[in-house]
Design a protein around this ligand. Sequence first.
Ligand SMILES: Nc1ncnc2c1ncn2[C@@H]1O[C@H](COP(=O)(O)OP(=O)(O)OP(=O)(O)O)[C@@H](O)[C@H]1O
Ligand SMILES: [Mg+2]
Length: 281
Amino acid sequence: MRSFDPDDSNVVRPFPFFRAGVRADPSAANRPILVLEDVYKYFRADKPTLRGLNLTVERGEFLFVTGPSGAGKSTLLQLIYRKHTVEEGRILFCGRDIARLTSKSIPYLRRNLGVVFQDFKVVQHWTVFENVAIALEILDMPQRLVRSRVVETLERVGLGGRGGDRTSNLSGGEQQRVAVARAIVTEPALILADEPTGNLDPHLAIDILTLFEEVNETGTTVIFATHDHSLISKRDHRIISIEDGRVSEARRGLRSWSARDIISAADTKRGSGVHKHPVAV
Ligand SMILES: Nc1ncnc2c1ncn2[C@@H]1O[C@H](COP(=O)(O)OP(=O)(O)OP(=O)(O)O)[C@@H](O)[C@H]1O
Ligand SMILES: [Mg+2]
């Protein structure tokens, strides 16, 4: 594994992923960040949750994932961060199949991902600083660098000066900002957000959505799962819906949500995203 150089602005991102010693693959920069090919996931033998799901996500995209409760939105994200494995199909992250990574390689994959959940999953009795710093400490980053990274990231999410506060004293919206800070402090290539605004009132939901959009502006790809159509309809991002275990593509800029707005993925022309920083592989 590469050692840290505080003068290198790309100090976090160049982890080899999948296993130590894998050299960077420059051609990966031109590939979509994520491709799911004919993915099947069964939790019950008689009823697949995902059945032949296909999806391509370009670098730098902001993608909403929606669909009814139980459709498989969380399952899709969980397959990407390897909480679960697929039964059939491939999941290519920067061109490499992660669907069947060995357990030893999974931490390398996860260094390239930031995950944010509906219930924040922050440690209440830790300080704000500690909750964010942990993401860097598990990478063995030197303390001096951890400190500057965390301070900078807390500023970025609007929590400048709050590092010493006990997390339980923060509001729900502020706690979700801590969770976002923890997800982005390692500068991951891809952020997976599973109903990150589900516990927040509509006003705070917009604030958190805007925060993810600011992260996306810097080149990070964001996949944002939500069933909140009022939130989705306020924005112009690409939208996919999971129904019957497959993906349907909805039009960008959807203002009023209706069934006829869902069109087949094959009929949709997507613009390719921009990603400012190539992902190290
Ligand atoms: N670990 C698991 N074990 C068994 N079944 C599961 C598991 N995880 C998910 N499922 C099932 O897979 C289906 C999809 O669940 P998932 O949580 O992905 O839906 P969702 O679209 O995220 O729903 P919601 O909008 O309610 O969050 C459901 O039928 C669920 O019961
Ligand atoms: Mg879910």
